[in-house]
Every structure is written in structure tokens, then in C-alpha cells.
Design a binder for this molecule. Structure first.
Ligand code: ADP
Ligand code: MG
Length: 617
């Protein structure tokens, strides 16, 4: 078996180069054509290398100014655009990260010129392919070996067509478990030289669905996507493998049907193109606003671009615009789209394959254990296994801190809610994976806690019955076991009136002078069983108070709000007091804050100390 054969699964590994990458947006203004008069008169002009201005249609005496990562004027050459905005992105391919270049704009504004160009003025596609081949050749060495392959597809009327094998129409678009977009069945050709590339690309380009409209003799009515895959294999163990994808996209323009005289099929084509571009704009909006649902699936184009916008790719949008007045509203739409895209932040990450032989994992599922677990993706970390802890004592609910009881009741309600739905998983399927795992873990803990509590209660009742004839109640709780875990935040260790062992967090003691309850039917004598009180182990109490004090003295409003019983208003009061009077000497000083009563301080301490002690363990 060769090392290559042993590599079959793809892992995604976050690398230190994972800083969020902004979607870069540049605008290219094509030279003016026509008479320069009337509708051919210019309405846009460049200001500097980053900005341009366009007439305000409401008031021709005014202009509106737009600023982008780069602005390329009529005089800019293909080389200027490529070197200025495209080439800097390509190096990320060698790091195993995706990159996408997207030409957007109305028909006739120069998208195909920019992406493809001509023999005399080659555009982004030939230049990028040339450089990728060169870069991978230069970088190939003993450590990493690179390979380059290409696919070429077209989206025409919401169908994916394979341009390298035109008989393959309406291919599906899928997302793999690592959120990479795939087109199963799409032809992929390995290329080792530029002439290799041309031998596949040129005939495929003629397969593109072209149709003439009144606007543009070579107007492409489809979205063309060239995929260049850069594979990378490590030359020695562990023979890691990376894969990166470069998407070069020449979008079809959005047509104004009244203007192009489109009818019948042409009108239908325009509708489909407009839908895709409309969804593209909605996707950008959703990403900008951080909406939970991004409508990638609403069109083939956006589904395919899912990992190019707001996903894992370094993305560049080249908005092509025309200077003539006849394009005015299309230009405005393009500029507004480009301005929106500017705010999208991508999070690139490196794709890396680990050798199957090392991983010993039957499937590539993230949740499996295996080598990946050694270096988990932080956002996909699995919850730690909840340990089953032994029971050792009784814990009457009425003796618990009200805050703890409140928490249990909340957990119980949550438990019931999900038990009622018949499944813990289904209602949660729509939540992000990490939250889902968190909730499931919480539910699991809750179930254990409730079970434990019920058992304890039963145990206590039984013991209380047994003890009714005995004079000294502490023996009810005799024979403490090593460790007790009843609540996530508390470990309970029962003892008699004397000091208990050190491992427990709280000590349950018979309450001195506790109120006597009336005899129940279970208790034939006049005295009810003695009451118990919870006492926190002094050393842990001190540490817990120190922690809370540190938080009170250094926490921001947001940090303070993480404390129980502290809302925004109280957190602000605490910070304001601190600014005026300096640090708190002890947690009880909280009572000095105007607006926080002694009673509130006491309930604050009760609620937080146990919680913090839980965290100390
Ligand atoms: P689109 O693909 O957006 O419909 P094209 O790329 O086909 O537009 O451009 C329309 C026409 O304008 C073509 O004849 C093209 O050669 C020309 N053109 C576009 N941009 C430029 C440019 N920057 N310099 C020179 N000619 C250009
Ligand atoms: Mg075109």
C-alpha cells in the first residue's frame, strides 16, 4: 500500500493562520463605449485608487461616493487588476485554504473580459492558473508534494452542467461533513502544465451556453465556475494531506428585461439569473447582519458559493461597472451589492487529511475518538464524559440553599419539557452542534441529579423511619462513604456534630436549636426528626470568597452579570462604586454599594459561594 492510498479521509485542522479574513471587494470601471452623449454619457468617475463617485439620480448636482479595497479605473490593465487584488490571495492555496474570485456586475460591464480576457489581454483565469501551476512546482519538495486538477461547470437555469463532459446535466450540489461544498460526479482533470489546462478549458468554454441579446453579442446567460484544486501530500509520516480549492466565477449579469428586449426563453433565463443574484444579495445581507439562517440553499449559485462567502474561503469580489448613463441603475445595484459584501468576514481554515492507518477510526465522523481528538477543533470539542459518582448520603431538599433548589427546579422543568417531546435530539437538530451537545450534556446531568435526589429522598425517609426510636439523630447519617456527588455544584458529605472528612464540600450537621416540627403519622412520638443544616468547608469557603472578590474587583459589567443574582443594573452599580472608592476588601463590602441591600448581599453570597466552590473542585 502506498502512502497515498492510506490517506482517505479529510480532517479540518485549525491552524494559527486562522485569523478571520475580510471579503475583499474591488470595483473595475470599463472604458466608455459609444458616442459619449445622451445615454452614452458617463455617470461614474474614479476619485482615487480606492474610491469612485456616481451621480445622484435624485439630484444631478450631487454625487455619491463609494470606497472599496481597490478601485480600477478605465485605464487599469489586466495585469494591474491581477497583481493588485488577485495574486495576493493565491498564496493561501499553498496553506490548504480555499480562495474564490467572483466577477459580479451587469452584462456588458466587463466580467468576462476581467475573468477570461483575450489572447492579447489575458484575464484573471489564465493568469491565476499559470501562477498556481508555477507556485506548486516551486513549492513541491521533500516535505510537501503538490498536484493540481480542474473542473469546470456552468449553472444555467438553476441546473449544474459539467462543461468538461456536457452530457452530465443537472448535477447535485452537496455539502460534506466538514461543510465543504461538493458536486458529486463532476469531472476532474489533473493538469501539470498550462497547455494541459488549455486543452481542457478551451473546448469546454465553447460548450458554454451562449446567446445573443441586444446588449451584448457574447453575453453569457449562465454562471461559469472554474474549480482549481490544489492537493498537497506530506512526503513523510504522518503523510498528512491538504486540499484547497480555488473558485473562479464569471457570473451572468442581471438583466433588465425591458431594456434587453428579452422574450420567451430569454425572459425565462433572465428570471432564473435574477433569482440567483437576488438570493446572492440576500445571503450577503444575512451574513452581514449575523442572522442565524443564511439562505444559501435558496439557489444553486449561492449553494455552490457557500464556502466562498462567509465560509472557509479567502474571497474577492470584482464588481465590474460600465460608465455610461444607460447602465446607471445596474451600476448603482452593483455598487450597493459590493458595498454590502465588504462587511462579510470569512474564517479561513486549513483542510488536512490524516492517514487512515493512524486514525484507526471506522468512519470520518467528527464525534469519533481518534487522532483527531488529540488536536480537536476548538469549536467542535466534545463534551467530557459525565462521570457516574457514588451516592453516600441523604439530602433533604428543604435543607438546600434556595438558589440550588431553584436551579434544580429549572432543570427539572427542562427535563420534563424534553421528555414530553419524546426525543431529546429531534427538537435540537436545528441548533448549532456545540450548543446541541451542551444542552444534551446538561439534560444528561439533570437526569442523573434528579434520579440521585429522588433516591436520596427515599433513603432519607426510610432512615427517618428507622431512626424514630433512636435518641440521637446523627446516626441516621452514619457511615459516610468516601465521596458524594449529588449536585453538579456541590459534593455533600454528611457527618455528625463533629467535623467531617476533608474531601466533601459541604458538611451536613444537625441544626442546633432547630425548630421542632409537629409529629407526623410516621412519628409516634411528639418530636419530629431533627433538622439539618448545611455548612461549607471553611478552606473552600475562603477560596470561594476570594474568587468572588477578585471578580468583583476586576470584572467588567458583562463579567459581573455572570454572577448569580447580579443583573445589568447591579453590575453597573458595582463598577461605578469601584471607580469611586477603589477595591472591595471583602465580599461582604458589596453591602456598601448604594442600591444593594444587606438582604441582597446575603442572598448573593448564598447563591454564588456554592457555585464557585463547585468550580474550585
Ligand atoms: P460581461 O461579461 O460583463 O457581459 P464583457 O466582458 O463581455 O462583459 O465586456 C463587454 C465588452 O466590453 C467586451 O467587448 C469587452 O472586450 C469590453 N471590455 C470590458 N471591459 C474592458 C476593459 N477593461 N478594457 C477594454 N475592453 C473592455
Ligand atoms: Mg460575460
Amino acid at each position: 500500500m502506498t502512502s497515498h492510498q492510506r490517506l482517505s479521509r479529510i480532517e479540518f485542522r485549525r491552524t494559527p493562520v486562522n485569523a478571520p479574513a475580510q471579503v475583499r471587494v474591488c470595483v473595475r470601471l470599463r472604458p466608455s463605449v459609444g458616442t459619449g452623449q445622451g445615454q452614452d454619457a458617463p455617470c461614474v468617475r474614479g476619485v482615487d485608487s480606492h474610491s469612485l463617485e456616481i451621480l445622484n439620480w435624485r439630484n444631478e448636482m450631487e454625487t455619491m461616493k463609494y470606497q472599496f479595497d481597490a478601485f480600477y479605473s478605465e485605464a487599469a490593465t489586466q495585469n494591474d487588476v491581477y497583481m493588485g487584488s488577485v495574486q495576493p490571495i493565491l498564496r493561501h492555496l499553498l496553506e490548504g485554504q480555499n480562495a474564490s474570485i467572483l466577477a459580479y456586475g451587469p452584462t456588458g460591464a466587463g466580467k468576462t473580459h476581467t475573468m477570461l480576457g483575450s489572447r492579447e489581454h489575458p484575464g484573471v483565469i489564465p493568469r491565476a492558473v499559470w501562477d498556481v501551476l508555477q507556485m506548486t512546482r516551486d513549492a513541491s519538495g521533500e516535505e510537501w508534494k503538490y498536484s493540481v486538477s480542474m473542473s469546470y461547470l456552468e449553472i444555467y437555469q438553476e441546473k449544474v452542467l459539467d462543461l468538461l463532459q456536457p452530457s452530465l446535466r443537472d448535477l447535485p450540489i452537496r455539502e460534506d461533513r466538514n461543510h465543504q461544498i461538493l458536486v458529486p460526479g463532476l469531472t476532474q482533470k489533473e493538469i501539470t502544465s498550462f497547455s494541459d489546462f488549455e486543452s481542457h478549458f478551451l473546448p469546454a468554454s465553447s460548450n458554454r451556453t451562449m446567446a445573443s441579446t441586444h446588449l451584448n453579442q457574447r453575453s453569457s446567460r449562465s454562471h461559469a465556475v472554474l474549480l482549481i484544486r490544489v492537493g498537497q501530500t506530506q512526503g513523510w509520516p504522518p503523510y498528512a494531506r491538504r486540499a484547497a480549492k480555488l473558485c473562479l466565477i464569471d457570473l451572468a449579469g442581471s438583466e433588465d428585461n425591458r431594456r434587453t428586449g428579452n422574450k420567451g426563453l430569454r425572459l425565462k433565463e433572465s428570471g432564473a439569473i435574477n433569482t440567483s443574484l437576488f438570493v446572492l444579495s440576500k445571503v450577503v445581507d444575512a451574513l452581514n447582519q449575523g442572522l442565524p439562517r443564511v439562505p444559501y440553499r435558496d439557489s444553486k449559485l449561492t449553494r455552490l458559493l457557500q464556502d466562498s462567502l462567509g465560509g472557509s474561503a479567502h474571497s474577492l469580489i470584482i464588481a465590474n461597472i460600465a460608465p455610461e448613463k444607460r447602465y446607471y441603475f445596474n451600476t448603482l445595484t452593483s455598487l450597493n451589492f459590493a458595498a454590502k459584501s465588504k462587511q462579510v468576514v470569512n474564517k479561513p481554515f486549513t483542510q488536512e487529511t490524516l492517514p487512515e492507518i493512524e486514525s484507526k477510526r471506522p468512519s470520518a465522523d467528527f464525534s469519533d475518538a481518534g487522532p483527531a481528538a488529540k488536536r480537536p477543533c476548538p469549536e467542535e470539542e466534545q463534551p467530557s464524559v459525565v462521570e457516574e459518582k457514588s451516592l453516600s448520603t441523604v439530602l433533604p431538599l428543604e435543607n438546600l440553599d434556595p438558589a440550588v433548589v431553584e436551579r434544580l427546579l429549572r432543570l427539572e422543568a427542562l427535563e420534563k419539557e424534553h421528555a414530553g417531546s419524546g426525543s431529546h435530539v429531534l427538537p435540537l437538530l436545528n441548533t448549532p452542534r456545540r450548543e446541541r451537545l451542551g444542552i444534551l450534556k446538561l439534560l444528561d446531568e439533570t437526569r442523573r441529579e434528579l434520579k440521585t435526589l429522588k433516591e436520596k429522598q427515599q433513603e432519607m425517609e426510610a432512615k427517618a423511619l428507622q431512626e424514630k426510636d433512636r435518641a440521637l439523630a446523627p446516626r441516621v447519617l452514619a457511615k459516610p462513604r468516601k465521596q458524594a456527588a449529588v449536585l453538579p455544584l456541590q459534593q455533600v458529605q454528611p457527618v455528625g456534630e463533629t467535623q467531617g472528612e476533608e474531601e466533601g464540600i459541604v458538611v451536613i450537621k444537625q441544626k442546633k436549636g432547630g425548630r421542632k416540627r409537629k409529629a407526623t403519622s410516621l412519628n409516634s412520638e411528639n418530636e419530629a426528626p431533627p433538622e439539618w443544616e448545611v455548612e461549607v468547608r471553611p478552606d473552600l469557603l475562603t477560596r470561594s470568597k476570594e474568587n468572588i472578590l477578585a471578580l468583583l474587583n476586576s470584572g467588567s459589567v458583562k463579567d459581573l452579570m455572570a454572577l448569580r443574582r447580579i443583573g445589568k443594573k447591579k453590575a453597573q452599580l458595582i463598577v461605578a462604586w469601584r471607580n469611586l472608592y477603589g477595591s472591595f476588601k471583602e465580599v461582604e463590602d458589596l453591602g456598601k454599594v448604594h442600591g444593594i441591600s444587606a438582604k441582597q448581599v446575603s442572598s448573593f453570597l448564598k447563591a454564588n459561594i456554592l457555585e464557585h466552590i463547585g468550580n474550585l473542585q
